[in-house]
Design a protein around this ligand. Structure first.
Ligand SMILES: *Cc1c(COP(=O)(O)O)cnc(C)c1O
Length: 501
């Protein structure tokens, strides 16, 4: 009995001191991100956790005491969990490029720089330098959008849904808007063209059939109460086979003849022709403008891979009318969005460089052999730290564009597939979501799949850390017996840590 407690006493003396841990680079880094006191608190909790394990008798020898690196992992977990459900960085191994759940587009470095520059202090968001008076916040991006799209003017709102709503509401209020039955799309749950039409105060006049609509259908539906022809890009599905739609140039001629406004919601089309990279054709904004659309709306994250926003481009007189719509106040963007959009748009001035400058284009165009090598590097790191618990393979698969965006056809990819010896795929993927940083995967045929195309080269090294944690979980019984909903000791750890921010 006395002998036992002496041993424990010895073990305690082998625990690292708070000051010693504070010297570690990883912890110093944490101290730059969070208040020192908060980090120290987490260090104490991590050491105390090990102490409790000694007291409970689950650590009986010096060599079983977690290494400094293990303890640092625990500290990082405490820091993260103490922050609750905050926006933390995640690794996207799910193979969906514009993953709405993971924040759609990772911003390009130039967008990040533009954003940091604008928000670190004051910026000239809505002030004119010439007069010192109120200016138009849209002017920061208008020149570039004119250059890129050929449209006279532009306007930025919070998302493309707002763009469509604002456009329809400005021109159609109480009047008739004509749309083909083949284009009455739903974009994820709440956004359905017929509902948006109704909410914007338009009377929707459907023409044609699901698969075929002719110019004469539109022509026959025009009355003196008609103000709008609306064309919607079916960005999240394709009609193939016996199919016909009316082109923008034909609709433009019809609109001109009848003094109507031609609106085109291109949603997630493209800014530049994607065929130059061997990807599937998507209609582009400059084409729509050149073909005679009066106003074109699109999504800043889906179409440009920028911040969430909606972009409206078109004839100046129409843009001016939209700016005067009282809804504008509710839809307008702040400096975060406008600066990030500015930094994203710039990249499209040099489209050939997009695969190097823009993360989304880089993911879409990176050659398969490079994806393959990345997958093998990921697999090697996983094998090094958790190989004995897992069956790991590198296989062919595909990456989805996501968010109903860009090429509907999936892009060939290489993935790491994992079967855990003691865990179900569900269980392993849960564990990985609670890792630090969280890793998101997909499950196919009871295997956890990690797509190397949506992972950045600089993220590959993180796999050592992510999977080291899984060994820990399997060594102890804490995890396999726990109900799924509690998630990896989440309630035990960090409950009483101070919330920050
Ligand atoms: C995505 C999409 C929308 C909605 O855009 P958000 O930016 O997600 O609000 C509207 N119309 C079309 C055609 C779309 O593809």
């Amino acid at each position: 009995m006395t002998e036992q407690s002496t041993t424990k006493q010895e073990l305690f003396t082998n625990l690292p001191a708070v000051d010693q841990i504070l010297q570690q680079p990883a912890i110093q880094n944490l101290c730059t991100l969070h208040p020192d006191k908060y980090v120290s608190n987490c260090i104490r909790k991590a050491i105390d956790e090990v102490r409790q394990e000694i007291i409970a008798g689950s650590i009986t020898k010096t060599e079983y005491i977690p290494t400094i690196d293990d303890i640092i992992c625990r500290i990082e977990d405490f820091v993260q969990q103490g922050l609750g459900h905050k926006l933390i960085r995640a690794v996207n191994g799910a193979g969906v490029i514009l993953h709405t759940g993971l924040g759609r587009a990772p911003l390009a470095p130039s967008a990040q720089a533009s954003l940091a520059n604008a928000v670190s202090r004051y910026c000239i968001l809505a002030t004119e330098r010439e007069t010192g008076k109120r200016g138009d916040r849209n002017r920061h991006t208008s020149e570039m959008l004119r250059e890129l799209t050929g449209a006279e003017d532009s306007l930025i709102v919070n998302n493309n849904s707002a763009a469509v709503m604002l456009t329809l509401n400005t021109f159609g209020n109480g009047c008739e808007a004509i749309i083909s039955r083949g284009e009455l799309v739903e974009i994820g749950g709440a956004f359905r063209i017929p509902d948006v039409m109704a909410r914007s105060g338009n009377i929707m006049i459907e023409v044609g059939t699901t698969n075929k609509t002719h110019l004469r259908d539109y022509k026959g539906a025009i009355t003196e109460n008609t103000t709008i022809l609306l064309k919607v890009h079916t960005s999240n599905y394709r009609i193939e086979g016996f199919h016909q739609e009316v082109s923008i140039s034909e609709l433009s001629a019809l609109a001109k003849e009848n003094n109507l406004i031609l609106l085109h919601d291109i949603g997630s089309g493209a800014m530049v022709d994607l065929r130059r990279w061997g990807l599937e054709y998507e209609p582009t904004v400059p084409e729509a403008i050149a073909d005679g659309a009066d106003v074109v709306t699109f999504s800043g994250d889906k179409l440009l891979g920028g911040p969430q926003c909606g972009v409206i481009v078109g004839r100046k007189e129409y843009i001016d009318r939209m700016k005067r719509n009282p809804l504008m106040r509710a839809f307008r963007c702040d400096k975060l969005t406008i600066s990030a959009l500015d930094g994203t748009l710039k990249l499209f001035l040099d489209p050939d460089k997009l695969p190097e400058t823009h993360p989304i284009y880089s993911m879409m165009t990176v050659p398969l052999d490079i994806v393959n090598r990345r997958a093998h590097r990921i697999a090697r790191r996983i094998r090094d730290v958790a190989g004995e618990f897992l069956t790991i393979k590198v296989e062919d698969s595909v990456t989805e564009m996501g968010s109903g965006a860009l090429p509907a056809r999936p892009i060939p990819s290489r993935v790491v597939s994992i079967i855990a010896k003691n865990l179900t795929a569900e269980r392993l993927s849960l564990s990985l979501r609670f890792s630090n940083p969280p890793l998101f995967t997909r499950i196919e045929q009871e295997r956890v799949i990690i797509d190397a195309r949506t992972i950045a080269d600089e993220e590959v090294k993180l796999f050592t850390k992510i999977f080291s944690r899984c060994i820990e979980l399997k060594d102890t019984n804490k995890w396999s017996n726990q109900p799924l909903s509690t998630g990896l000791d989440k309630t035990k750890r960090g409950d009483d840590l101070p919330a920050i921010g």
